[in-house]
Design a protein. Structure first.
Length: 93
């Protein structure tokens, strides 16, 4: 059985208004990762990714770079216990 993991990510920089959330959702669905992503009022993006370890790692790597027009200044990653609470990956408000 493959190991399932959960990562909670906060991304700072120019990350809003650059299609960060929609690109993350597209990649997450392609990688079979569940969870959510949202903009924060302080300008950061927050996300929770759950899935097979290698696929969650792909999502974390995406967050370190972002889409081409994003400018990432920092990425905070917290590994948490996998909960299997999500059925899909969505943009939340």
């Amino acid at each position: 059985m493959r190991m399932k993991v959960r990562a909670h990510v906060l991304v700072s920089g120019i990350v809003q208004g650059v299609f960060f959330r929609s690109e993350a959702r597209r990649l997450a669905r392609q990688c079979n990762v569940t969870g959510w992503i949202r903009n924060l009022t302080d300008g950061r993006v927050e996300a929770v990714f759950e899935g097979e370890e290698k696929n969650v790692e792909k999502m974390v790597e995406f967050c370190k770079k972002g889409p081409s027009s994003a400018r990432i200044s920092s990425t905070q990653i917290s590994l948490e216990n996998h909960t299997d609470e999500f059925s899909d990956f969505s943009i939340v408000w």
